[in-house]
Design a protein around this ligand. Sequence first.
Ligand code: FES
Length: 329
Amino acid sequence: MSVRLPRDDQLTLVVAAKDHAAEAVVRVVLTHPDGAALPAWTPGAHIDLFLTPELIRQYSLCGDPTDHSRWEIGVLREPDGRGGSRHVHEALHVGDQVLVSAPRNNFELVTAAEYLFLAGGIGITPILPMVRAVEAAGARWRLVYGGRRRSSMAFLDSLAPHGDKVVVHPEDSHGLLDLDGLLGTARPGVAVYCCGPEGLLGAVESRCSGWPAGSLHVERFRARPVEDDGAGEGAEGTAAPSAFDVVLARSGRTVHVPASRSVLEVLEDAGMDVLSSCREGICGTCETAVVKGEPDHRDSLLTEDERATADFMMICVSRSRTPVLVLDL
Ligand code: FES
């Protein structure tokens, strides 16, 4: 896989600390080599770690957004993963330099009357700064944090001061989360935030299907399973990719996107310098404005509501429902 690196927004940081956060989870602290202040970020933001030129991974920032001296991430070792977490656990050491992108937020904290946070396993990482923010704002909130067992659940110490606003729910002693009890009745005005494994996300999405539009906010660490893409979209959502043309509005140039290639790949083949990172529709780096035509959104970022109105698309995975797409490139 060839990967194009963002250039304008990348920083070289130093691994200032790396410690055990839970069974198979490490907390990594990154600082500027000169001690300079790091760019601002908001709860829900993630950064790209350029572990090797072809190993770029996204991790949520889980520290304190008001502390500009350091960024913190939590990384779960995934033995069956694609190598990113293994690299962090085994090859990234205190004192190492690592290329990092500026923070990007696809999981923004909205203003709401009340918040229900649902975290599964390492999905707690983007939720931590959200909890701090809503607590500081005096909002009503509750966090239900599930995990396989207590020893595998990271950052419990930092949640302890919140008392019974946090429900810690290890599966081995408490069973599965009671999602029907938590989400079975729609509660207008409550913002639901969920991050965790696909099984949890899919179950929460289905329980929230009757909630007011915009109530549910999810973040995926992996691309949404293909079979889920069709949910609510009708038969076209699962249709096999078809070919289409892309017109580049700034130059007037036209490129053909065959069924077997992504827009991003075709543009790279054509010599265009297009930013990308995850290349699977989860990070938002390749977001591109659509001038004309109807995108066929296949990313794992946009909600169904956003898909209906978005005038942009993730060109690493999304395609076109019209024979021609005009992009702001
Ligand atoms: S490169 Fe990550 S969404 Fe396209």
